[in-house]
Design a binder for this molecule. Structure first.
Ligand SMILES: Nc1nc2c(ncn2[C@@H]2O[C@H](COP(=O)(O)OP(=O)(O)O)[C@@H](O)[C@H]2O)c(=O)[nH]1
Ligand SMILES: [Mg+2]
Length: 208
């Protein structure tokens, strides 16, 4: 997709405030601080559209970015930040599960970020389980690949692929970096393919 226009649409806490889905959503999920906001900025080619932070646990809202008029890129609250207040930690599950359930038919694909150096954690697996249960397509990317040496990258990618065998037709995990741009063209290719498939999906076309 060539980006002609993108802007921050709104940040929501309640379902009633979410914008109506139009041309298919792309949702970003991963631990706090894994690099969701940075990856969105890199994909959209805008330096500070999504607010990034070196302090984890900050994004507790669902942030919608409108892309080319009709798509939403959605930056969801991160998980796994142990020092977040209890109310925030216990509110996360219902908030994200509720979002995925309500919006399931509108989601063209999810992008699940795991740190390329740490691999897939328990919370990532829980997250992936929710997505599979709802039949939401998943693209797993190993992020911050620039932090790995040239030798470390193939090994990290192999490790991710061993941890997450993909089903027929699924996308094998691959590495990306919001800093160096590694893997960004590949990620766009996968997002474009998911958006194209979604636009033909009956579940969606009959609902809208
Ligand atoms: N080296 C490196 N640092 C990154 C990358 N992506 C994000 N970061 C850093 O990781 C921290 C968290 O990033 P952020 O996008 O706010 O994470 P979020 O909480 O998942 O939205 C920030 O300090 C970023 O600068 C990357 O690809 N490479
Ligand atoms: Mg963020």
């Amino acid at each position: 997709m060539r980006i002609t226009e993108c802007r921050f649409e709104r940040a929501t806490v309640r379902a009633e405030d979410e914008p109506k889905a139009e041309g298919g959503d792309v949702v970003f999920l991963g631990r706090s601080n894994v690099g969701k906001s940075s990856l969105i900025n890199r994909l959209l080619g805008v330096e500070r559209l999504a607010r990034t932070s070196s302090t984890p646990g900050r994004t507790q809202t669902v942030n919608f970015y409108r892309v080319n008029g009709r798509h939403f890129f959605v930056d969801l609250p991160g998980y796994g930040y142990a020092r977040a207040p209890l109310a925030v930690r216990s509110g996360w599950g219902p908030m994200v599960e509720g979002f995925l359930t309500r919006r399931r038919d509108a989601i063209a694909t999810s992008v699940v970020l795991v740190d390329a150096r740490r691999g897939v954690g328990e919370l990532d697996r829980t997250m992936l389980g929710w997505l599979v249960d709802r039949e939401i397509p998943v693209i797993v990317v190993g992020v911050k690949a620039d932090k790995l040496g040239g030798n470390g990258r193939p090994a990290a990618q192999r490790e991710l692929r061993a941890q997450l065998p993909v089903e027929e037709g699924g996308v094998a995990p691959f590495l990306v970096s919001a800093v160096s741009g590694l893997g960004i063209a590949e990620l766009w290719k996968q997002i474009d393919a998911a958006l194209a498939a979604h636009s033909k999906d009956e579940r969606w076309t009959s609902a809208s």
